[in-house]
Ligand binder design. Structure first.
Ligand SMILES: *[C@@H]1O[C@H](CO)[C@@H](O)[C@H](O)[C@H]1NC(C)=O
Ligand SMILES: *[C@@H]1O[C@H](CO)[C@@H](O)[C@H](O)[C@H]1NC(C)=O
Ligand SMILES: *[C@@H]1O[C@H](CO)[C@@H](O)[C@H](O)[C@H]1NC(C)=O
Ligand SMILES: *[C@@H]1O[C@H](CO)[C@@H](O)[C@H](O)[C@H]1NC(C)=O
Ligand SMILES: *[C@@H]1O[C@H](CO)[C@@H](O)[C@H](O)[C@H]1NC(C)=O
Ligand SMILES: *[C@@H]1O[C@H](CO)[C@@H](O)[C@H](O)[C@H]1NC(C)=O
Ligand SMILES: *[C@@H]1O[C@H](CO)[C@@H](O)[C@H](O)[C@H]1NC(C)=O
Length: 691
């Protein structure tokens, strides 16, 4: 616009000179008329432009002061009268965030300039391995736009073959809008064909806040509290792994005996859209808002870290947590790849009322989160790689479930998860990290509408609460800008072979419905204002042995109750320090009759597996296994206080000749015993009779 105005001014100037040379008066009017028309044109498009900005982007508040950029030697400062952030140049680390005239809210005491707010990725060379950290520091920067409504700065780094950085081109962006109480950040990562093969394990933005100010953390309605300090961790005792620390001498004596562990504050990606910290003096909140899950990995139930003791605030874009190495981004030499991570919004709020109840700021942050979600996909990011709403498409349809045993007719798949991810095998989305994913939940009649899909080729996947297994739509779905794809015949044929003779649990990819013990009395349970899920406690794996000191778990169909008699994790038994042995669980069941010549089906769904191998034996504890999973899983969900990691499902044929009339026993042996965290968690087990 400024450029256009300059051209017009220049033309008018030229016309003026022309006029001076004209002898005929009518020529003067003609030239003046053209000049006036040009003026109007520019004026109109100018006001159209700002009107468009306002319409597109209700986050720009034109009644607020203009956004300003200050260039310094080593820094640039963006401010809009509410928020001011200082960035290093050309690196692009955030050294300072201030809000409404506050001091720097980041930790200046213990953190270097480039270690207070920054991006980083964890990566490894192939085949060398070994995790390296790359802070994605820019080597040059550019002001993409600087006007009164928006400033956007790009920090870039081009990879060269002599570089020790991850082989990626980096374009890291920061955006500040007029009147907006915060700022946005996103990054475009790209690797070119022919560059070295390498793996990415994780990627995130992290903020380290002032320790003397931020004491209250909130990441869900239930999980919010005054937190221990990082100093409390130093005086505490490290438990079974370094992240878990018993607080032995905390500054707040109430927390003595509690455990601190950042994995207490893990959250399913689908539920993790706002989290952060509150300072009481000044009464102020610092929040990370993630308005979309499209750029995250592993689908809606992938869990990740949020905020934790530090005070630390994260936006995690990719990680191994609760899945393992299978979700790493593994690049071959010949592979081209590009992905936009974010934008995410750092939101700041305050409330001038004298009431210092943290729920005021938490509730306000949730409202802001809702507003950001409504504005997704954002209209303001200026990188061409961020796909705007009008270049995206939709997919809709109605999901049905065909399970003849439960219903004669196909039934709507109500409250099911339906999503698009890169083409792959059924269920592959849980290990998908290179592409974008778009998920939604069906309504009561199985209808779904997936909006704002970035052009590309996808598979449509689903899983249905209460139905075993995974669904994949038969054909690829290709989205072009503006596509409205209606998926027809979306019918999930349940993997059923015969009538259910008995079942344990609920098919929902989670072990939450099973018995979850209280932690050992040596660990104090933190009293939240509202009750939280029982499984989010340290050390539950040791409780199996307390409950089953001699003999392993035996579950009798008909008399046992899985909510009480089925321990949520099939763990090892500790015999001495650092020596663990496998455990063998039994399911006892009676059959009144057996079709010797037919097959029965053992449906076995696992909610988690960590370095495990599960063997199944029928009616003979000593026989070779009738079935084995082989070595599976590295999701580490048990150590991280989860009830789900990655999902595994097996339909196992059981010859009728293996069964007897009367009492039968299924032996489940988790044969690996490397340590306390070698485990499987069952999601659901059933025995189906012959078809
Ligand atoms: C790598 O090579 C480029 C030229 O290709 C040069 O400009 C740069 O300084 C080199 N970097 C290092 C770290 O040696
Ligand atoms: C501030 O808190 C009061 C309640 O004390 C509430 O009514 C008001 O909406 C809050 N203001 C903002 C901006 O959240
Ligand atoms: C499913 O429910 C939605 C919302 O209630 C409704 O708009 C739609 O017409 C229903 N579709 C069918 C096929 O019943
Ligand atoms: C679906 O897309 C993938 C990846 O683009 C391709 O390899 C595959 O052949 C396609 N499948 C069908 C049935 O078109
Ligand atoms: C199993 O136990 C739970 C909780 O104690 C109870 O609500 C449920 O009714 C029991 N189920 C059966 C089949 O007895
Ligand atoms: C076998 O026993 C089941 C109950 O366990 C019963 O429902 C079924 O009718 C019996 N079948 C035959 C052929 O007797
Ligand atoms: C039973 O299962 C086995 C192993 O999968 C298979 O080879 C066999 O054909 C099946 N028998 C019947 C009667 O379906």
């Amino acid at each position: 616009m400024i450029f256009l105005a300059k051209i017009v001014l220049e033309m008018i100037e030229r016309m003026g000179r022309l006029m001076a040379r004209q002898r005929h008066w009518w020529n003067h009017y003609l030239i003046l008329g053209v000049a006036l028309q040009l003026f109007f044109l520019v004026g109109c498009s100018q006001s159209l432009h700002s009107k468009k900005l306002m319409e597109d982007n209700n986050q720009v508040d034109l009644s607020s002061p203009a956004v300003q950029l200050l260039r310094q030697d080593q820094h640039v400062v963006m401010s809009n009268g509410l928020v001011s952030i200082t960035l290093t140049v050309p690196g692009g680390a955030i050294t300072s965030v201030t809000y409404k005239g506050s001091d720097n809210l980041l930790d200046t005491q213990d953190r270097r300039e480039d270690d207070r707010g920054h991006w980083n990725i964890f990566w490894s060379k192939v085949p060398e391995g070994g995790t390296l950290v790359d802070n994605l520091e820019g080597t040059s920067y550019k002001i993409i736009v600087e006007n009164e409504n928006q400033i956007e700065i790009s920090f870039t780094r081009i990879w060269t073959s002599n570089s020790s950085n991850a082989p990626l081109n980096v374009d890291k962006r920061y955006v500040m809008l007029r009147g907006s109480p915060g700022f946005y950040s996103y990054a475009v990562l790209e690797r070119l064909k022919g560059w070295p093969a390498f793996d990415i394990e994780g990627g995130r933005i992290v903020f380290k806040l002032r320790k003397d100010k931020f004491h209250y953390m909130a990441m869900s309605n239930e999980r919010q509290r005054i937190m221990p300090t990082s100093g409390d961790r130093l005086t505490g005792k490290i438990l079974d792994y370094k992240e878990a620390v018993l607080l032995t001498n905390p500054t707040n004596p109430e927390f003595k005996g509690e455990v601190d562990d950042k994995y207490f504050y893990s959250c399913d990606n689908q539920d993790s859209q706002v989290h952060g910290w509150i300072s009481s003096d000044p009464h102020m909140g610092f929040w990370m808002i993630t308005p979309s899950n499209e750029f995250r990995t592993g689908g809606p139930n992938k869990q990740d870290l949020t905020s934790h003791v530090g005070p630390t605030v994260l936006a995690v874009f990719m990680s191994r947590h609760y899945v393992g190495k299978d979700i790493d981004l593994k690049f071959q030499t010949e592979e081209y790849w590009k992905k936009v991570l974010g934008p995410v919004f750092v939101y700041l709020n305050t409330n001038s009322s004298t009431n210092s109840d943290p729920s005021l700021l938490w509730n306000n942050a949730k409202q802001r989160m809702q507003k950001e979600i409504e504005n997704w996909p954002y209209s303001f990011p200026l990188s061409e790689d961020f796909v705007k709403a009008n270049k995206r498409g939709t997919v809709s349809g109605q999901l049905f479930v065909d399970d003849w045993y439960k219903n004669k007719h196909v039934m709507p798949g109500a409250s099911a998860y339906v999503g698009l991810a890169s083409p792959g095998a059924t269920g592959s989305w849980q290990f998908q990290s290179k592409g974008y994913q778009f998920w939604t939940q069906t309504n009561h009649n199985g209808s779904f509408l997936i909006k704002n899909v970035i052009p590309g080729t996808y598979n449509l996947f689903a899983w249905v609460f209460g139905t075993l297994g995974d669904y994949k739509y038969s054909s690829n779905i290709t989205i072009y800008p503006g596509s409205n794809v209606k998926a027809r015949n979306v019918v999930f044929k349940a993997p059923r072979k015969g009538p259910t003779l008995w079942e344990i649990g609920i098919p929902d990819r989670s072990a939450a419905e099973f018995f979850i013990p209280d932690p050992s009395p040596e660990f104090k349970i933190h009293k939240y204002r509202v009750e939280i899920e029982k499984f989010r406690q340290y050390g539950l794996w040791t409780r199996y042995q307390d409950l089953y000191p001699q003999n392993d778990l035996v579950f009798t169909i008909g008399t046992s109750n899985y909510t009480k008699d089925w321990f949520f994790a099939h763990v090892t038994r500790k015999v001495r320090n650092d020596v663990f042995i496998p455990t063998i669980w039994q399911i006892l069941f009676d059959l009144k009759n057996v079709s010797q010549g037919a097959n029965y089906t053992l449906q076995l769904a696992l909610a988690s597996a960590n370095n495990a191998e599960l063997q199944v034996r029928l009616n003979n504890r000593k026989s070779p296994p009738d079935f084995t999973t082989g070595v599976i899983g590295k999701d580490n969900a048990l150590a991280r206080h989860g009830v789900r990691g990655s999902y595994h499902f097996y339909s196992i044929d059981v010859a009728g000749s293996k069964l007897v009339v009367g009492r039968n026993i299924i032996y489940l042996t988790q044969v690996r015993s490397e340590g306390p965290f070698t485990e499987v968690m069952y999601d659901y087990i059933s025995l189906e009779g012959p078809a």
